[in-house]
Design a protein around this ligand. Structure first.
Ligand SMILES: Cc1cc2nc3c(=O)[nH]c(=O)nc-3n(C[C@H](O)[C@H](O)[C@H](O)COP(=O)(O)OP(=O)(O)OC[C@H]3O[C@@H](n4cnc5c(N)ncnc54)[C@H](O)[C@@H]3O)c2cc1C
Length: 579
């Protein structure tokens, strides 16, 4: 607790303009949980709380007025497996996702720096949609739906309501918030206070919890009210590599040295485009207006520049952030407050982890509130949950930090992306999707394996940088189809398997084994390409484990090395899973 930064309730009342202006304070309401900010994190938390505890009173204060605009509302449009599972299965929003949003065709990466001939560059992605679903979200449509659903579940959502001041209650005292709505100022009280105010970081700022990290990327983005027909960027044979030929449904990454560009389709026919870059390679000033972004795209991604230019009449918005990523000193407190979503930490949009961290943060907050309702002590659990949450943040940050230089490397990057995904599906997802985030017995029993996986990941991230430093620039016209890596497709299929305690433990152990074995495959690939590379650490980690198949080395790539995996190919229509 940062006592110095916590206003007293006395101060808050004294400074309340409603009291001095009208001479009478508005009567204060009292709730179990008061959520500051009704964006993605705040509305989903409110819904989860009401679904879990039907008798809990939850109030959300949101500055914007509902309904919010469609398409050009907020970024955070691409979901990955943990966030998608949270929306679909934990909150029960499958019908909305299936009918009002776009089912995603996985991630896709093109090494298309300076190129318009997409069929002649390396492409990484899947040829068919893998079984565990994820969606592209029109954030306006989604937040309007979440708002309606939250209200239907008994959440008091006050839109058009701006939070002006916060006073945390000491000891067992209620917290107080002063807010303004429609010219009226009120003081609200609650047992729990949740900061879900996104980058406004209301409580974070007040308590001095903001923390920079060593990942200074910047981003700019815009929306066009037009579908970008990127499936027309290659010939018929290229189009037919994907079944159905709908690459536009993917989160497409156009990659180059020091940057990547996202293309995300939105339901209703709009498209979101974003440039994310390391400022050392691409200063934000080179793309922080629409005209500058277009000029920049003409040099780095000419096919996209051409397509955008032809649809510039449909431009909906443009925004940029000089600095995207940051940390936070504390997100959960035994004093009955917490931070969720971008009000706490934010990593990097490259693998779309924002919704995942909302899912995980909300899960921990709900568990802390559950303990409080059961009159159980909070301090130890708040600290443990925060330690876990921050360890996920630090581990995932290592996938991005210092790595932008190699984003344009068509040799190293497909291997890194496949490694990163194996780590995410193999370690984080079984915890996040498998309902094990608060299973302290499992986490403590498997601590050696989880720590070994973390250490191995750090070794690999450094190795990718070393490999990039010596790898020849080679960008062959191949499709690296991850769907054909049986073990990789199986990892995805397993994400929604139902596992009892023993199976969950066995699965995590097997996935950590797989990571070690994959390190061996990567060592063999890299050594074949760059004999001067020191691959001894990776080979030692892999030891004598059977190597999973990866893509063939440079020059030999006709697509894949022949399959040797023990797994049968995955048939999405015949999986014993609940997706
Ligand atoms: C460039 C970029 C790209 C991204 N891409 C992705 C992606 O592809 N996938 C992904 O999962 N995530 C992505 N993210 C992260 C994503 O944006 C966040 O995960 C998500 O939007 C955070 O939701 P939130 O509820 O925390 O914040 P928000 O959605 O911003 O909600 C905060 C709410 O608080 C309200 N508020 C603020 N101040 C006050 C106040 N004083 N009083 C009342 N209300 C207030 C605001 O109006 C707002 O509605 C991206 C982020 C960036 C920066």
């Amino acid at each position: 607790m940062h006592a110095a930064a916590v206003a007293t309730r006395h101060n808050l009342r004294m400074n309340d303009p409603a009291q001095s202006a009208s001479g009478s304070a508005q009567s204060a309401s009292q709730d179990d949980v008061l959520i500051l900010g009704g964006g993605l994190a705040g509305l989903t938390l409110a819904l989860e709380l009401r679904q879990r505890f039907p008798d809990i009173s939850v109030r959300v204060l949101e500055r914007r007025t509902h309904p919010v605009p469609r398409a050009a509302h907020k970024v955070g449009e691409s979901t990955v497996e943990i966030g998608a599972h949270y929306f679909c299965n934990v909150l029960g929003l499958r019908e909305h996702l299936e009918t009002a949003q776009v089912r995603k065709f996985g991630f896709r990466f093109f090494f298309s720096e300076g190129r318009s001939d997409f069929q002649n560059v390396t492409e990484l992605g899947v040829s068919r949609v893998l079984p565990t679903p994820s969606w592209q979200l029109d954030r306006g449509t989604f937040e309007n739906y979440l708002g309606e659903r939250a209200r239907a579940h008994g959440v008091v959502l006050e839109d058009g309501c701006t939070v002006r001041a916060i006073a945390l209650g000491a000891g067992d005292a209620l917290h107080e918030v002063r807010c303004e709505r429609g010219g009226e100022t009120r003081v609200l009280r609650a047992r729990w206070l949740i900061d879900a105010s996104g980058r406004a970081g209301l409580l974070k700022r007040q308590l001095g919890l903001a923390e920079e990290n060593d990942h200074p990327i910047g981003a700019a983005w815009f929306r066009l009210d037009a579908k970008l027909e990127l499936d027309g960027w290659g010939d018929a044979e290229w189009r037919a590599r994907c079944v159905p030929p709908e690459r536009w449904r993917s989160t497409n990454h156009l990659c180059g040295p020091g940057y990547w560009v996202w293309l995300i389709p939105l339901a209703g026919g709009a498209h979101s485009v974003g440039i994310v870059a390391d400022p050392q390679a691409h200063p934000i000033e080179s793309f922080n207006t629409f005209e500058r972004a277009l000029t920049w795209l003409r040099v780095h991604q000419p096919a996209l520049a051409h397509t955008v230019e032809s649809r510039r009449d449909s431009l909906l918005d443009f925004a940029y952030l000089r600095r995207v990523s940051y940390g936070c000193r504390q997100v959960f407190s035994a004093q009955r407050w917490a931070l969720t979503g971008e009000a706490g930490v934010f990593l990097d949009p490259f693998y779309s982890p924002g919704s995942d961290f909302i899912a995980m943060g909300n899960h921990y907050i709900v568990e802390l509130i559950a303990r409080d309702r059961g009159r159980q002590p909070l301090a130890a659990h708040a600290e443990i949950f925060q330690g876990l949450y921050f360890s996920f943040y630090r581990n995932m940050l290592s996938l991005y930090q210092g790595q932008y230089a190699l984003f344009g490397n068509a040799q190293v990057m497909p291997i890194k992306v496949t490694w990163d995904y194996t780590y995410y599906w193999g370690v984080l997802c079984p915890l996040g999707i498998g309902g094990r985030l608060t299973d302290l017995s499992l986490l403590s029993e498997l601590r050696p394996q989880l720590e070994a996986a973390q250490a191995l990941n750090l070794t690999l991230q450094k190795f990718f940088r070393d490999w990039h430093a010596v790898a020849a620039a080679h960008n062959p016209p191949v499709f690296l189809d991850q769907q054909k890596l049986d073990w990789f497709a199986q990892l995805n299929a397993d994400l929604h398997g139902r596992f009892d305690d023993a199976q969950a433990r066995a699965r995590l152990r097997a996935n950590v084994e797989l990571l070690h074995a994959l390190a061996g495959t990567i060592a063999d690939l890299a050594a074949a390409q760059c004999p001067s590379l020191d691959v001894s650490a990776l080979r030692a980690a892999a030891a004598t484990r059977a190597r999973p198949v990866l893509f063939a080395p440079a020059g030999e790539r006709s697509g894949f090395a022949p399959a040797q995996s023990a797994h049968a190919a995955v048939d999405a229509d015949h999986l014993p899973i609940d997706v």
